[in-house]
Design a protein around this ligand. Sequence first.
Ligand code: ZN
Length: 741
Amino acid sequence: MRTTDKKMVSENLHLNNALKEHFGFDQFKGEQKEIIESILNKNDTFVIMPTGGGKSLCYQLPALISEGVTVVISPLIALMKNQVDLVRSFSEKEQVAHFLNSSLTKAQQRQVKGDLENGITRLLYVAPETLTKEENIEFLSGLNISFFAVDEAHCISEWGHDFRPEYRKLREMMKEIGKDIPIIALTATATPKVQDDIVKNLELENTNTFIASFNRPNLYYEIVPKINKNQTLRHMVRFISKNKGKSGVIYALNRRTTEELAAMLMANGIKAVAYHAGLESGLRAKRQDQFLKDEVDVIVATIAFGMGIDKPDVRFVLHYDVPKSIENYYQETGRAGRDGLKSSCILYYSYKDVEKLEHLMRDKPLSEREMGAQLIDEMLAYTESGACRRRLLLHYFGEKSNIENCGYCDNCINPKEPLDVKDSVKIILDAVKELHEKVGINYLVDFVLGVKTPQIITYKHDQCKTFASGQIMEMDAPFWQSLIRQMMLEGFIRKDIEEYGLIKITKEGEKFLKNPFAIKVPLNHEYRDMDESDLENEVTNETEHLDPVLFEDLMKIREKVARKHDIPPYTVFFEQSLEDMCSLYPTNMEELQRIYGVNQGKALKFGRPFINHIATYVEENDIIKPDDFVMKNVASKSGIKVFIIQNIDRQIPLENIASAKNLSIEELIEAMEEIVYGGTKLNVNYLLEDIDEDDLEEILDYFREVEEDNLEEICAEFSDYDIEYEQFQLIRLKFLNDFGF
Ligand SMILES: [Zn+2]
């Protein structure tokens, strides 16, 4: 055996023993050992490792076995405390790890400094702010420092998902503390752009870089188009009900939404709580604890939740709003399935939400806005893509993968028919070439489509040979957008890191240009064009799933009941209520009250023949009723309702009620209709005083005669009366009040 080999064997043994001694593990995970050796050999080391990969151990173990103290820079006080507790839990000596930050009293600070001077402490956690204080720098420079560890190093980059300006000054401060002290930088997410920023900012030299795979094979990724709120809520409740008793996190953009969603879930029998930065810290800690202890199943949170939370059995992460960047998305979905078991990540996507995000940035400085817009743009490209989600994510993080079909994302399970795009790819590459690789995606799309934007005219690009060269394909802008994204994924072009966003041709692209070959790619989903008419389609689709036989029966029963009470059928139950009955099969009074538009009064008054019939029907046809799935309205909404009822009772003008609750008159009347349809009386007579009494009588009579209440038709019928649409709505309310129940 040569001496070097001998040395390696003994080091190997030494490290393995240390691992067992300090952490109780028998084996290193992934590249942990190589990383530790790198920093022990005093090399600058850069570690990119997804959460759950055993990142902290990479600096903790070498710190524990090195001479002197390791200074760990960490962005959050809460995170620091957890880490220190963890290290201490393995040691007999409390003093082995300390943190130094603004939360300590003067006496505590003295204690920490004393331990450091006595050389007992191996790990010192500091916030970047601590290093901005001259006295701290002076103190640290007097110590024997083994190495610096910069945790969450992506905070250095404005392109990361939580940029911290103080991180920018770290290098300077480290130099003041001591020269030639090696650095290990660690992060759980980093795109090539962020990696580049980290290396430059920390002036890492001859760095050993370790990148662990970002693939999380046990996570299922799916995008669900969000056409309207109700449909999304239904989807959510259904999904969570199917996963009853399992832990999940729902992310929403703002605090109000988290509260609303949690209330809605609770109304539907799901144990859920909201979590956001606006809550008092005691309550936040309590809710976090409830979640960790499985006392609540679902936590509905803003991004404030999750830093430092390590619950291994989170089975699903839902995004109610589109995240601000892919890094956020990856980080948040990454909280699912830490135990390696299958878990789902569903994102509800609407282009409107993207516009909302953009709107939120309007007051930010220009540079930040531009950066934010690019990050959102990447997110958008991800959601709308028809390609494998896993492949897209890995590509985003600069990881090469050979995945064509992962079999565990929506796009791979339901693949889109790929399109032959050989000619179009050639058009794009030729255009990029003629424009000297100096333009971004949107410019390029306008260019090949022959759009004469002011910029294109200014640069005289409309005189280029390849200007408008894409017209021949007869495809629209979304096609070209989608194609360019696919070309990046296939490696024909790339976005430049220095001049971010500019498109450059890769070697692969050059090869294609020399010798074009057939290529097929799946194009984007067209979520953006979905609108209300798609919604109608969807509703009809849903209706098709309803039980048509039962529906017919219930319509007949409704007619009978209406005749008996001498009222129009729709005042018994709405058609929508009947539809709801045909999918939920209520067979007792309690269940009936959970049907859309049915309250206790209505259920008791008209419900009996309906539930009797449904019960027989269910039994005769061996129908399995759906799991107790119901959409219940939310408490906050009922708060508004109570307010409206009280104020109508007090005969307050509609304008005043509306403005008090920030509603439009239209919305207020809608809410009033819901109240009356739900079976509560509202005396609206004072609102109809302007209408001629005879006219009013005549219209009310007409309401009694018609079978269905088509308000437009009624308006048309009385078009020569001097009555506004809103007033017709109010008359109908009066009618329902006086005769309906
Ligand atoms: Zn896939």
